[in-house]
Structures are given as C-alpha cells and as structure tokens.
Design a binder for this molecule. Sequence first.
Ligand code: UD1
Length: 430
Amino acid sequence: MELFRVTGGTPLVGEVTVSGAKNSVLKLMAASLLVEGRTVLTNVPRILDVTIMSEVLRRLGCEAALEGDTLTIDVPAVPGTEADYNLVRRMRASINVLGPLLARRGEVRVPHPGGDAIGSRGLDYHIAGLERMGAEITSEHGFVVARASRLHGARIWLDFPSVGATENILMAAVLAKGTTVIDNAAREPDIVDICSMLKEMGAEISGAGTSTLEIEGVEELRPVTHRTVPDRIVSGTWAFAAAITQGDIIVRRGEPRHLEIALDKLNQAGAHIDLLDPMQPGEGFRVRMDRRPKAVDIVTLPYPGFATDMLPMAITLGAVADGPSMVTENVFDARFMFINEMLRLGADVRTDGHHAVVRGKTWLSGAPVKATDIRAGVGLVIAGLRADGVTEVADAFHIDRGYPDFLSQMRGLGATIERIKVEDDEFPAV
Ligand code: UD1
C-alpha cells in the first residue's frame, strides 16, 4: 500500500498547469466506439482512470495508445459487446460504453457497476431512457443486458439531471432513427464537450449546455481529432488549496467560466482572484489568500451549482476558516463519509442528514487518515498542509485516478510531501 506523508505548515505558492478533464475524457473515449477507425483525443490527463478505460476499450477489440497527452484509439468494424467485469467494477465511468455499443452493435452486456464510496449510484435513468428508445433491457447474473435492432428517437425526461444518464442516452441517440429530446438534461462542461465532439463526428445536436438536448439521429459518423476540455475540478482543487493554506497559486489553463460559484465563494472568504488574461479567461487565473479565510456556506448542486466533487475542499476550507459554516450535499448520499477522516485531523464538524456544520480552527492536527475516494484523498492532503505535524493519507492510488503528476505538482508549490510504500499492517488501523 502506498501513502502520502505530508508535513503541515507550508502555504502553497507557485504555478500549476491543468490538463484535460477526467470526467470528460473517459466519456469521449466511450464515444469513439460509435465509429470505425481512428479517433485522436488530445489534452488527455495521464491518470489511472484513463489507463483503466483504455483497457476497457482494448477488451472490446480496440487499440488505445497514449503518447504525451495524445490518445489514439483505433476501433474495429465490429467491436465486442461485453465489457470486462473487473474493469467496470473498478471504475464506474466504464458504464458509458452502454449507449454507444447499443447504438452500434444492437446488443451489449455491461456489468452492473454497483455503488461506491461516495454513495449509491443507480442506473434507472440510463435504463428508462434507453427503453423509451426501443431497447429491451434485463439484468442477468450481475450484467445489464441491452438489446435493440434499431433504436428510435423518443422524448425523455430525467428525474434528476444525471451526467452519466444524459451521456449514455445522448450517445445512443446520435445513431437512432428520428429525433430524441432529453429534458432536464445535465449541463456540465463535460456534456458540452462530448456534444462538441459528436457534432464534429457528424451528429446533429442542439441545446448543448442547456436543460433540453435535441438530437436528430444520423446514419453514420466519422472519426475525428478532439481536444479535451480543461479539468474544472482539478482547477477548483488548486484554487481552494491556495485559500486553505493561505498561499498564492497560478492555475494555468484553469477555466474560470466553469467555476463561477466556487471562485465566488473563495472571494467571499477573502481570497483575491485575478484572471491571467482578462481577454482570454481560459488562460487561467491566480488565487491569493493573505489571511485566515472567512467562513462561507456552500451547497452542492448539479452544474452550474457548486460541484459535489469539490465537497471535500469545501469542508476543509470550513475546517480552517474563521467562524462556522454550513456545507450541504445534494448529489451523493455518502459523500460525508470523508468527514470521519477529517475528525481524526481535529476538525470540528457535525452532520445532520445532508447538512454539515463546520466550526473552523486555526490549525488542524496531523494524524493517519485514509483516502476513501479521489476527491476525499486530495482534500485530506490539503487539510494535512494546514495541520500541525505529520499527516499520512493511506490508499494513495485514489489520488492517481484523477490528479496527474500530483506529487510533483505539490512539491512544485512548496509542499513537504512524499510518497511511501508500506506493508499493509505497518499502517495503523483506520
Ligand atoms: C456525478 C456528478 C458529476 C461528477 C461525477 C464524478 C452531478 C450531478 N454529477 O456524475 O458532476 O463529475 O459524478 O464524480 O453532480 N442517479 C440515479 N439514477 C440514475 C443515475 C443517477 O438515481 O440512473 C442519481 C445518483 O445516485 C446521484 C445523482 O443521480 O445521486 C447524480 O448522478 P449522476 O450525475 O448520474 O452521477 P455521475 O454521472 O457519476
């Protein structure tokens, strides 16, 4: 087992460059299945989840090679129809092969991904949407099995603007016969990104970035080269890290227009936020905090609300802020599991349902803790920087899933951090 050992006390100061979004590129990789031939994705982050998704594609008969930040995917004329159980179990995003393979092959078997450490994550919206388009879907021995000779357009309402369901239905609809309308669709930049790629491939889609997507099915698509949108969660993580550690970070290629509420919260907390180039906001921004943050209330919601993936950063900010703050989680039922680890660091947090009341302290207290998911892991490392003494964050692999070059980026910002391999029983039970 590997852990990050962090010594607290140093503000993060310097520059980081943000690469493409994990939550976008995994779906763009799934979209490559919609067409035979070579799809090239650029600005691809070098993270474990891209490695896992590449393996999902290989087991479906594709070739996938990452060189630098360019991922080349070669899709055969007849890709496989069964996704690997162990890979899907390791990474929920692999469920996104369901829509494209159903559209392309008329049959697909995907293992049920189950829940994970942030909460139960259903598939009912994905299934109901595809059924409306004419698919027959059953659950067989742990697999979701979908069949459809040719999908047809349909009018679909989502009970909640689910990102994954919007993507699966969208990818099925681009090759369906007729018009599909998705109401209460997700509006995340990841959705806009996949819509852009599909349109470049020849799909007919309108309404990207709004709650209503309209898709006119086409007979076939063509493979393209596409640049992945920058990672707003990674950008937001660095922005919060600057505020929490009372540092000064330049976030190159961070897109402030995808982080409006998060940056506004930091502003209310007392941070100074400047665009690197006001004429081109996508060049990035700088976050400086020269005092203890003021407490701010934060509520997670689907985009453009404050992202649920940033919840650990919101709690950590509250834990070191001046005054009490209320943090409300509205997307995943078990995201607060991470708070147990924050308590080990001496944070004063009480939860009631999906609300957490956080009373800030000047310093936390270093302790052994455990990463329960990607974002919780990073939140704990950042909390460790604002803790007295040494914090060890076990299960470092979670962070590898979503943060490229995490150790060197942290060190580049002045953090005292190392990555250590330990035998499992050397680490105290957590
Ligand atoms: C979610 C986040 C997304 C984030 C991603 C990775 C939201 C709205 N979505 O996307 O921003 O990048 O995690 O961490 O913030 N649900 C159902 N049935 C379904 C589908 C979803 O009940 O068929 C529920 C889920 O349990 C959850 C909510 O809807 O409570 C949002 O899920 P969804 O957006 O689909 O999750 P992801 O696509 O994983």
